[in-house]
Design a protein around this ligand. Structure first.
Ligand SMILES: [Zn+2]
Length: 80
């Protein structure tokens, strides 16, 4: 039984030029041989860095990007 990948949308903001943007990350979790759960991040099917360690602004290349907020995925609620 493997957990389904989750897609989360993160909002970023550059501390230098105040550029703000959003990116979607697909998060897949796997259980390693040691029993620990590891999370891997993908964008467009390609392995990506964790959104928490984004370090470059796409506009001014400044380091020090802040994650402003994280939106929860849309969850389907079972009714009845
Ligand atoms: Zn910037």
């Amino acid at each position: 039984m493997s957990p389904e990948p989750v897609t989360l949308r993160y909002a970023f903001a550059c501390v230098q030029c105040e550029h703000a943007w959003e990116e979607e990350f697909e998060i897949r979790q796997t259980r390693g041989a040691d029993g620990l759960i590891q999370a891997f991040y993908f964008q467009h099917g390609v392995r990506a860095r964790s959104p928490l360690v984004q370090d470059e602004c796409p506009r001014c290349d400044a380091p020090g990007i802040g994650v402003r907020r994280r939106r929860r995925p849309v969850t389907r609620r079972r009714t009845g």
